[in-house]
Write a protein that binds this ligand. Sequence first.
Ligand code: TXA
Ligand code: MG
Length: 541
Amino acid sequence: MPETKQLNFTPENTALAGQILREGGLVAIPTETVYGLAANAFNGEACARIFAAKGRPSDNPLIVHIASLDQWPALVAEVPEAAVRLAEAFWPGPLSIILPKSDKIPDQVSGGLDTVAVRMPSHPAAAAVIRAAGVPLAAPSANLSGSPSPTTAQHVLRDLQGRIDAVLDGGACEVGVESTVISLAGKTPRVLRPGGISVEQLRAVLGEVEVDEAVLHQLAPGQQAVSPGMKYKHYSPKTRVIIVKGSFVAFQRFVSNKKDCAALCFACEGEQLDIPFVEVGREHDSLSQAHRLFDALRRVDELGVSVAYARCPDTDGVGLAVLNRLLRAAAFTVVDLNGAAVIGLTGPTGAGKSTVAELLQKKHAFAWIDADQTARGVTEKGSPLLPVLAEHFGADILDETGALIRSKLAARAFASPEKTALLNQLTHPAVTERIFAQVEQLSAAGTKAVLVDAAALYESKIDKLCAFTAVVTASEPVRLRRIMARDKIDEQSARLRMKAQLSAEDYEKNADVIVRNEPPFDVETEAEKIFERYKELTENE
Ligand code: TXA
Ligand code: MG
């Protein structure tokens, strides 16, 4: 495809956009929510090109955009009374209404479903282009599938330059997050995606409105999404996003001293932090956050850090949409600073992590989670991870009952650094998820601090979720003696084990607190350093 035309919003360009669309082309258009990538909704081939341009899975249906109510009946089986009331209250505006579709809707638009989502955008440019085209326009957000939705023409071009015919530049989108998607195809009206119209507003018109579980919760493996779009990881910058719940003061302490990270924070907060930041609207002002969110997610990638810690938005009004998008950008990773403090505990084998953990457990009632044990747990029989591992490492790593033969997996996974990395990539998220589910339970039971004891704390990136990390160390000869005595092995085998880990220097380089467990240091006094650090972080909140 030739270069993408960049058109300002003028009457001539509107007519040109209409013509391109009538001829089966693709034009990105501004709407009040985000930019949409439009095609003639009655032209299945043109709509198929949308999927190709975006790299979008073909089972994810498109929203059809209309400019007047009289375009609606041709698209759906019927327009029920509840739908009319919603349209009267919120159209033109950021609400998409799902109803059983008419047979004029091509399969490419409905993604094989028997329903179709329709909305009437309020942006004058969107309305003008629909009129100029003379047909309803199918339009998903005009981004590459998986990246943040575009709220400016520049965002569109960054993703789709050369892949679409034109973009009509109508400036920055007002709302900033996509439309609310509500289904009227079932018994009770159901919000499948929160957006520019809040659940409270919908309830005021319809009475009972359900909110789909997928809005705020991750689907379990194999669980069906009502709205196909909800099952994909979405809106993600390349930088890893971690949501941090709690006050700004707690956030400030959490990120202080953290390396290689940035903050996604609210207005006027950034300058009070000692890390790079992008501000995303004002605190407790969901409209301003929605307006800035996607641009902020894109800007985070320009900072060149590996993690962005995001302040957690409120969930009322449009805040629900902001949190919904942020949760997907974060792949549902949330650190709750209102819960127990999570302290990463690690160190080379033989240094005595367990001794230190036991001391803190006894003296300060810290809880202690052993990550190695958790890792064994996620590969127990029946775990959804096992088929995935079998796919990558061979079906024969499972015995005839479906249980994992650990020695076989180990032999394959440790055969090369690439294979080891693959195993970690497949298992670490599940392990981390389970550890944090345990932390949540412990928090609910009133635990104040949890030690997460993991030899691979830094490799698994669990350290990024910890308030701080502590490394237990001892010199090499001391560790060697301890390993040989503990595991009853010879010197050579003990040395092999030591070699398989990070060097003692690497551990220490990453640590916030170093605990020396060998003479002349007194291990009890040394372990207290962890408690002191914990106290500093939690004092006067
Ligand atoms: O604000 C918006 O809605 C923007 C602008 C361009 O209008 N459009 C947009 O489209 O966000 P898209 O394709 O990025 O998201 C549409 C969402 C997807 O999650 C999709 O799965 C869902 O709506 N959807 C569309 N039709 C559906 C249907 N018939 N049943 C269930 N979900 C549907
Ligand atoms: Mg989208």
